[in-house]
Design a protein around this ligand. Sequence first.
Ligand SMILES: C[S@@+](CC[C@H](N)C(=O)[O-])C[C@H]1O[C@@H](n2cnc3c(N)ncnc32)[C@H](O)[C@@H]1O
Length: 237
Amino acid sequence: MTTDNITGDSKAIVSNQDAIHDKLTEVVTKHLQHEFKKPYQQHTEQAFTEVNKQVQAFLLANQNAEIILDACCGVGQSTRILAQQNPNALVIGVDKSANRLERNIEDLMCSEGSGKVENFILVRADLNDFYRLVKAANWPVTKHYILYPNPWPKSKHLQRRWHGSAVFPQMIEIGQQLILRSNWRLYLEEFQAALLLTGRQSQLTAVVAKKNIQALTPFEAKYQASGQQCWQLISHL
Ligand SMILES: C[S@@+](CC[C@H](N)C(=O)[O-])C[C@H]1O[C@@H](n2cnc3c(N)ncnc32)[C@H](O)[C@@H]1O
């Protein structure tokens, strides 16, 4: 990330919650006990059918093929960086915002990141449906990233957070490794507690910003430029 296009004016999260939500166990348990059966939206189903063709062709053509999922990829900066760092993998970036996906991000990529990287696909889709389709298709996802998801910091919005959503049981089944990042530590603590309800351990650590190493995403760059600590949760599923 070039430093001249990052503003350091990002405000720290303000929430009326200062501890893990007291309804977390109830909400997660309800979702674990009841299958999420809402019909798929047509646009996501179509998008999945298209990308699934490419994934299946990639799997057929490559022995030990690796799929990396970059959920909530925004403008796809992390998708491109991950593709570059994992040349043998196919990296799928998914976001529901066409505006973000279509943004030209030449200005965001540092010079080493702007070379020809072709092993990635950006998909416009709603992950509430896309996750279920990936799970049903049994993609061999090695790493599943969710970088800086919308935090929904108001207590009443617990069910809009990924760990409070109905798709939580399916989303955590995707990937040998699940990697989340957030500037709101409590979000990750809640996700960690939700994972524990399924018997899964995870590790929560600080993201260490390194000089001369590009931030993985524009949100990460913005938080770091504002002096905010970013956090990472990793679970080996
Ligand atoms: C805070 S932004 C972070 C973007 C990017 N990961 C970054 O760090 O720069 C959260 C992203 O999640 C996407 N998003 C939120 N809910 C989604 C959903 N249900 N399906 C797909 N994308 C979603 C938004 O469109 C937005 O781009």
